[in-house]
Design a protein around this ligand. Structure first.
Ligand code: RIB
Ligand code: CA
Length: 342
């Protein structure tokens, strides 16, 4: 069966790492490009992390292009400060001190990929194209339609839609990790990726491109535990060891920073859900076609995704919102994919 052509737009990030390992190791996807965006950390750090991950798992042939530091309208540092302000009161003094050093989401650490020491001599470099130009080049040159899998803020995808509307018919689907329709993490209807760049998110939801939304509704249901970490480490290869160390760190970070979620001994691996849904759509066990929009202002809900359950807004649905996946098969897919990497 022919591989599915994809572009992965990411902000590594521990769960972005899992998404990249799954995409590369699955053997089902033809990764035409990995493009980076600022989100979990600065664009320099997310790009360096993407290069390190791909080189370490043996994916040197996958081109990487670097995006912008800031969202389309806002400043990355301002958005992070605002999003974390709502969580500060839940942080201990030590977490508060640690957070001061982090330029992104707290659960990924200062580098954006804390928990594993990559070899320092990575020869893999970014391509000379900007992320958006790389996306446009891939779409322009591809004979088939390409699926875009954003696992970070939608800055690059939003700009692609605005700058190159003639290329939209070349996009098969946007399978995104982002948004939330009912699951509340720290603030109602607020998910990190869509909240970092609400203006870009709006461009995506209004684009008319088919969208499958893997938001908190599913990613906080499809969780990994220590048994997955043990299985990864038992692989004995580069990918298994790296994944085990990084998922261990990610689980500890969640267990301490998201105390009220009682994520004891389990953790989400958000971004891998959006990749798994492309590899095997039958993994999705519950979804609903809904109208999804995003607030781009206001005091309380700026950056929140709004899902019109009842059709009260009277607008046509624009996304397949995913609510659950087959957790066991999903986790098995992760381990098998890691086993097929270097
Ligand atoms: O809200 C979770 C999302 O934000 C994930 O993509 C994670 O990597 C961060 O980017
Ligand atoms: Ca991410």
């Amino acid at each position: 069966m022919a591989k599915i052509p994809v572009i992965i737009d990411c902000d590594p990030g521990h769960d972005d790492m899992m998404a990249l390992v799954l995409a590369y190791g699955s053997g089902k996807l033809d990764i035409r490009a990995v493009t980076t965006v600022a989100g979990n950390n600065t664009i320099e750090n997310t790009t360096r992390n993407a290069l390190n991950i791909l080189h370490y798992i043996g994916a040197d042939e996958v081109p990487v292009a670097m995006g912008y530091q800031d969202p389309i309208v806002r400043k990355h540092k301002d958005v992070i400060a605002r999003l974390l302000a709502s969580r500060r009161q839940q942080m201990s003094e030590e977490e508060e001190r640690q957070q001061e050093k982090i330029q992104g989401a707290g659960v990924h650490g200062v580098s954006g990929m804390d928990g594993f020491a990559f070899p320092p001599d990575n020869p893999k470099r970014v391509e000379p194209l900007h992320s958006v130009e790389m996306m446009a080049k891939v779409l322009r040159e591809s004979e088939e339609k390409v699926t875009i899998i954003p696992t970070g803020p939608l800055t690059n995808v939003g700009l692609l839609i605005r700058l190159y509307p003639e290329l939209l018919p070349k996009i098969e689907r946007i399978s995104m990790m982002g948004g939330t329709s009912e699951f509340v993490l720290s603030r109602p209807y607020m998910e990190f990726n869509t909240a970092v760049d609400p203006e870009a998110t709006k461009l995506v939801f209004e684009s008319g491109v088919p969208i499958t939304m893997f938001g908190y509704d599913v990613t906080y249901r499809v969780l990994y535990g220590r048994d997955t970490i043990v299985q990864m480490r038992a692989l004995g290869n580069h990918a298994g060891t790296m994944v085990a160390d990084l998922l261990e760190y990610f689980m500890e970070a969640h267990n301490s920073m998201a105390k009220r979620l009682q994520l004891d001994g389990v953790a989400p691996v958000h971004d891998a859900c959006a990749v798994a849904g492309v590899i095997d759509p039958s993994l999705v066990t519950k979804s609903k076609r809904l109208r999804v929009d995003v607030e781009t202002g206001g005091t309380y809900f700026d950056g929140a995704t709004v899902c019109d359950y009842t059709g009260a807004l009277g607008w046509p649905p624009n996304a397949e919102v995913v609510y659950n996946m087959d957790n066991e098969r999903f986790l098995r897919l992760l381990v098998e994919a890691a086993g097929r990497c270097l």
